[in-house]
Design a protein around this ligand. Structure first.
Ligand SMILES: Nc1ncnc2c1ncn2[C@@H]1O[C@H](COP(=O)(O)OP(=O)(O)OP(=O)(O)O)[C@@H](O)[C@H]1O
Length: 230
């Protein structure tokens, strides 16, 4: 186990996460799906240590980076400078390695030298992911990495990202509404119920083809809708 959540409970004006327990194994890619506002982002923030108050426990056995839903790039710095920002603060000099992650994700040399406003949304998303990978974390948490991208960007990002994670043995949790893209890359998937949310189902998808994965998830979602209402 590299990351584990035990009995997480968290609310704001109302209870959002009622009782969430999950476990990420070393080298595993875990998907999280769930209805709007069930608390997926809040859960990622708790796993990353960014939420001050919650009940339950998070256990972590490795370094962690998070990719937020918004790219959060500094507009006055080039993509290259943005990607290397964390390295600079960490006092590290392995810039070439960081830029290689960016290239592997499909960012061109020209875009690397450009400011965020000059490049496409897809390239900004890739830069945000490259910035997180540049720190060479053992765990990466990604909030909606495939959402809002055009089809070809999504397909190339999905495969280059999965290759990089597998190659480097990085353990990952990916939250996504893009079910087909998510299911293509995960080993396992957990499904959250509507809030106050719990884990409604846990699906081991290793060794399954995409169609089988989609059908399995569809069945589970249909069952959960009939149990919890729309
Ligand atoms: N800082 C906050 N203050 C008050 N309420 C919050 C805060 N953060 C989240 N919430 C509320 O908690 C609930 C869960 O939000 P969260 O963004 O975690 O859900 P989500 O599943 O990621 O949503 P989506 O599917 O829309 O991305 C929502 O009702 C949201 O309004």
């Amino acid at each position: 186990m590299i990351l584990e959540a035990l009995g997480i409970r968290k609310g704001f004006s109302e209870l959002v996460l009622a009782d969430i327990s999950l476990r990420l194994e070393r080298g595993e890619i875990l998907g999280i799906v769930g209805p709007n506002s069930c608390g997926k982002t809040t859960l990622l923030r708790i796993l990353a240590g960014l939420e001050g108050y919650y009940e339950g426990e998070v256990r972590r056995n490795g370094s962690l980076s998070i990719v937020f839903q918004e790219d959060r790039l500094l507009p006055w710095k080039t993509l290259m400078e943005n990607i290397c920002l964390g390295l600079k603060y960490a006092g590290r000099r392995d810039i070439e390695k960081a830029l290689n992650y960016a290239r592997r994700l499909g960012i061109s040399e020209e875009d690397l030298r450009s400011f965020p406003r000059r490049v496409s949304g897809g390239t900004r998303r890739k830069a945000a992911i490259a910035r997180a990978l540049a720190l060479e974390p053992e765990i990466i948490l990604m909030d909606e990495p495939f959402t809002g991208l055009d089809f070809s960007t999504m397909v190339t990002l999905r495969s280059s990202l999965a290759d990089l994670l597998r190659e480097r043995g990085i353990s990952a949790i990916i939250v996504s509404h893009q079910l087909e893209d998510l299911l293509t890359v995960v080993d396992r998937c957990v499904v959250m119920t509507p809030k106050p949310s719990k884990i409604g189902a846990e699906l081991n998808m290793r060794g399954m083809g995409l169609e089988e994965r989609i059908n399995l998830l569809k069945d589970v979602l249909m069952r959960m809708v009939s149990d919890h209402g729309p």
